[in-house]
Design a protein around this ligand. Structure first.
Ligand SMILES: [Fe+2]
Ligand SMILES: [Fe+2]
Length: 203
């Protein structure tokens, strides 16, 4: 096992590896998967903007997230550029069943600060799963350029995952975050098993 594999197991903690057929399904139609990917990046940027709007008093978080907005928007632009290079046109945004299910699991009745922690953990989980999928693409997609393309995304999203967990701990406690994170991981494992494996979805 190489260092990154090791890091992946240790850091991300995801309990269900992605179905190995997914990469083959995804590469059958690059317009579809790149479109879905592009919107994931766009949603990541808008989610960070929303957090800043909702919690401006969290000074450290605002400082940390402001550059992430730029970075995620940069990711969106990279996907667009990749599509243009391949003469592909961005499609319409789709229903994101994975994210919708996580949103439903989120506790929405706590104090304002508890709700922030819930949001940070959901974002951490989305980053972790995206990172796992990007890794699979970087290893197994047959297009050599896309292997490199996805390697870079994998590294970037792993850093975001870490940041969201760090912020959650800052506004809660190590113990509470560990407990709730485990609940999220358990939920995600079960939920993912109920979703159809689709080549036109990043999640
Ligand atoms: Fe991103
Ligand atoms: Fe990200």
């Amino acid at each position: 096992m190489n260092e990154l594999d090791e890091a992946h197991k240790r850091v991300l903690g995801l309990q269900l590896p992605t179905d190995p057929r997914w990469v083959n399904m995804a590469e059958m139609d690059l317009t579809e998967i790149l479109t879905d990917h592009a919107y994931c990046e766009q949603k990541a940027a808008t989610s960070c903007i929303t957090l800043i709007q909702q919690y401006p008093e969290k000074v450290e978080m605002v400082e940390e997230l402001a550059p992430i907005v730029t970075e995620e928007w940069g990711h969106f632009r990279l996907v667009l550029a990749e599509m243009k290079k391949r003469n592909l046109i961005l499609g319409r945004q789709r229903k994101d069943e994975y994210v919708n299910a996580l949103m439903k699991f989120q506790k929405k009745d706590g104090a304002w600060e508890d709700r922030l922690v819930e949001k940070l953990l959901v974002f951490a989980l989305i980053e972790a799963r995206s990172c796992e999928r990007f890794r699979l693409l970087s290893l197994h997609i047959s297009d050599e350029e896309l292997k490199d393309f996805y390697y870079k995304f994998m590294v970037a999203e792993a850093a975001h995952y870490k940041l969201f967990i760090k912020l959650a701990k800052k506004y809660s406690s190590e113990e509470k975050v560990a407990k709730r994170w485990k609940e999220y991981l358990d939920f995600e494992e079960k939920m993912l098993k109920t979703l159809e494996v689709r080549g036109d979805r990043m999640h």
